[in-house]
Design a protein around this ligand. Structure first.
Ligand code: OVV
Length: 400
């Protein structure tokens, strides 16, 4: 093998600066064009990959690029994790293999067939209410309401206090970036929100038969320990709400911004699933995840030292012109197979079937009942260190 190249280009961009969180795309282009792997002047402990090829390669080499030292900027080999580490997200094999098997069975395609009628009825009820209303906030009235109803219902969490799930999601995803003002603001409610979340991971707070209770059943069966059970319920409550809210919000945004694409969906509502998938590619909900080099290694021939954090720019990979023709175009007839919005490899989103079910159902009900979906004013963003999130999305829905 040729000697590794040591000269990785250094860029003076800050992925966590408010202007880059607001509009990350010019930064993504700079990072992709600078090279297959880059350094960032303000972040000496990391290297970053913004091209599809390298993001895919890093995520699919889980022995070299591990998750157990954290999938945010913090290196758990050197820093205390923000919260006790997730037993699936922030774990490597063999632990990860065990926990993943339990969660992936609970969220399997077969289970999706069982929950589909319930999720479909709620999608119809909510979209009908929005159509009745006519002008809506696409986030507060729809993108937030739907996952906040159907997912905790499926997990088996009661109705009271569900707003804690929003605050917790915002906090967890902010914690994967630097300890900046965004993080500090969302972590201000850490104690009370964490207490609520952990209480709702206990069996007595989980409806028998729901996804949460099924984790406890896996403990009874000896697949995992009873100590691990609440921590795995915590993964549902961490990753299952804020992610899908923003996936739906971004999909509504994509369709409102691209009336030609909405017309296609309206003409053929079976395009709902590909339209949601393309929205994931075009405006990735999870913008970034990190890995940590477990040993001295290389990325695209460039030397990367053991313990270096590797910033995988999922959203940049999803608009890499090396991979996607006309990448900035939202095109629901594109087949965006291989996009990185749900990750790739052994850590690829374990809840992706639920996310796709929610996206498909909401978009297909809209396609049947809404003639036009138009912005009625400027949208606003909720900046987060990891998530691409809208705060408000004023829309007019014209009944079909
Ligand atoms: C994918 C994801 C995001 C946030 C939290 C978790 C997973 C978790 O396992 O707690």
């Amino acid at each position: 093998m040729a000697d590794p190249v040591v000269d990785i280009p250094v860029l003076g961009v800050d992925p966590y600066a408010p202007e880059n969180l607001t509009d990350p795309y010019p930064m993504h282009e700079r990072m992709r064009e600078a090279g297959p792997v880059v350094r960032l002047a303000g972040y000496p402990t990391l290297v970053a990959c913004a091209r599809h090829e390298q993001v895919h390669a890093v995520l699919n080499d889980h022995d070299t690029f591990i998750s157990g030292a954290g999938v945010g900027l913090a290196n758990f080999n050197r820093e205390t994790p923000f919260r006790p580490r997730s037993l699936i997200l922030e774990a490597d094999p063999p632990l990860h293999t065990t926990t993943r098997a339990v969660l992936s069975r609970i969220l399997s395609p077969k289970v999706m067939q069982q929950i589909r009628p319930v999720f479909a009825a709620e999608a119809e009820r909510l979209v009908d209410a929005c159509v009745q209303q006519g002008t809506i906030d696409g986030i507060g009235d729809l993108a937030q309401r739907y996952p906040l109803k159907v997912f905790p219902d499926a997990v088996g969490v009661g109705d009271d206090g569900r707003e804690n799930l929003l605050v917790y999601g915002d906090m967890v995803f902010n914690s994967m970036g630097p300890r900046n003002a965004l993080f500090e603001k969302s972590a201000a409610r850490f104690a009370s929100v964490t207490a609520w979340i952990m209480a709702h991971c206990q069996r007595e707070h989980l409806r028998p038969g729901g996804f949460g209770d099924q984790i406890w059943q896996a403990a009874d069966a000896g697949e995992i320990t009873h100590e691990q059970a609440p921590m795995l319920v915590r993964s549902f409550l961490s990753a299952g709400v804020d992610t899908t809210i923003n996936g739906l919000g971004n999909a509504l945004f994509a369709l409102a911004q691209n009336p030609d694409q909405y017309a296609k969906l309206r003409a053929d509502p079976t395009l709902a699933r590909p339209a949601f998938e393309e929205a994931l590619r075009w405006e990735s909900t999870a913008q970034t995840f990190f890995r940590t080099a477990a040993r001295d290694t290389t990325i695209a021939g460039h030397a990367v030292a053991e313990d270096t954090k590797v910033l995988c720019m999922l959203a940049a990979a999803n608009r890499d012109p090396r991979k996607w023709p006309d990448p900035d175009r939202y095109d629901i007839e594109r087949r965006p197979t291989g996009h990185m919005a749900l990750g790739s490899g052994i850590h690829g989103c374990v809840g992706q079937a639920v996310a796709r079910l929610e996206g498909e159902l909401i978009l297909s009900v809209i396609a049947r009942r809404v003639a036009r979906i138009e912005p009625t004013g400027p949208h606003t963003r909720r900046l987060n260190n990891t998530l691409r999130a809208l705060d408000t999305l004023p829309l007019r829905l014209t009944p079909a």
